[in-house]
Design a protein around this ligand. Structure first.
Ligand code: NDP
Length: 304
């Protein structure tokens, strides 16, 4: 059987694409991935998704999934391991199982970035974390640091301040990139101290994080700080490793699109954070998902 459309990814873009594709009688196959739900599963309250003044990210994704399931969309909870976009119909594999499809909507999103320091990966799960919401609980009453100056760092610092004894927010410049409202929340929180113009140059500890070495970018002064938890919140990189050398990607690895959601291969569309290096908002990803489904329907009904 050749599928009409396979949708890869289960953030707001993937779910919205699925909703539109089902309603357009495209009978999509949605491959949600092994850990479905995308980045909103790792966030706390979402307060900027229209219709939901305040909702937990996990609850919002669960609602989207229920919407999709309610439409009887076919869903697989596993990771795509390989794609071949050089033959048509296109091929998609989940381990040894092969699927053929006339079109694909890629909505694989983006993942948290790491600092890239020698000791960092060794201590992930042993004091170093990329997800305050997931791991914050383990640092109740402890001293933690958050790295970054964007909305993620503000959100993480605010969230951790409700659990930890102290929160040190370390940013490499002297002003934040985050939205004003989130900056203000952090700046007015007495439990959060800010270290401006500072980078973390080493993560200390053998089997457990014991501290960090920081360097002031203006004075070059280095200091060792004792902390129990280090939360990295410095942005994301797109999940495009499956498509390298098969689709045009930009220099940061995001899928290049033209005419809205079209990629460099006919019948392959991209939606959400995997192709959006600027806005990265759930509501925008959902919009891209609907656009990709509409573009896909047009492709399936007119181009083949
Ligand atoms: P951003 O790219 O917005 O910010 C990343 C931050 O990390 C920047 O301040 C950057 O510094 C810093 N940084 C990057 N690399 C390094 C490094 N190697 N060492 C030290 N610092 C580094 O990412 P976010 O994840 O914060 O946000 C992404 C998008 O998601 C944004 O559009 C944001 O608005 C949105 N978002 C919205 C939320 C909400 O509304 N509830 C919550 C979280 C995210 P510099 O400033 O110097 O570039």
């Amino acid at each position: 059987m050749v599928e009409k459309v396979i949708i890869i990814g289960s953030g707001p873009a993937g779910y919205t694409a699925a909703i539109y594709a089902v309603r357009d009688n495209l009978d999509p196959l949605l491959i949600r991935g092994f850990q479905p739900g995308g980045q909103l599963m790792l966030t706390s309250n979402v307060e900027n998704y229209p219709g939901f003044p305040s909702i937990l990210g996990q609850d919002l994704m669960e609602d989207m999934y229920k919407h999709v399931k309610g439409l009887n969309c076919r869903v697989i909870d596993d990771d795509v391991t390989k794609v071949d976009l050089n033959i048509y119909p296109y091929k998609v594999w989940i381990s040894e199982v092969e699927y053929e499809t006339k079109s694909i909507i890629i909505a694989t999103g983006a993942s948290a970035k790491w600092l890239g320091l020698k000791n960092e990966q060794k201590l992930v799960g042993k004091g170093v974390s990329g997800c305050a919401i997931c791991d914050g609980f383990f640092f109740k009453g402890k001293d933690v640091a958050v790295i970054g100056g964007g909305d993620s760092a503000m959100e993480d610092a605010s969230y951790l301040s409700s659990l930890a004894k102290s929160v040190l927010l370390i940013h490499r410049r002297s002003e934040f990139k985050a939205s004003k409202i989130m900056q203000e929340r952090v700046l007015s929180n007495p439990k959060i101290k800010i270290m401006w113009d500072t980078e973390v140059i080493d993560v200390l500890g053998n089997n457990k994080l014991s501290g960090i070495r920081t360097k002031n970018n203006k004075t070059d002064e280095t200091i060792d700080l004792k902390i129990d938890g280090l939360f990295i919140a410095i942005g994301h990189s797109p999940n495009t490793f499956l498509f390298k050398e098969q689709l045009d990607l930009d220099e940061m690895g995001y899928i290049k699109t033209h005419d809205f959601t079209k990629t460099s291969k006919l019948g392959v569309f991209a939606a959400g954070d995997v192709q959006d290096r600027h806005y990265k908002q759930a509501v925008i990803a959902a919009g891209w998902g609907s656009m990709a489904a509409i573009d896909c329907r047009e492709f399936l009904t007119t181009k083949i």
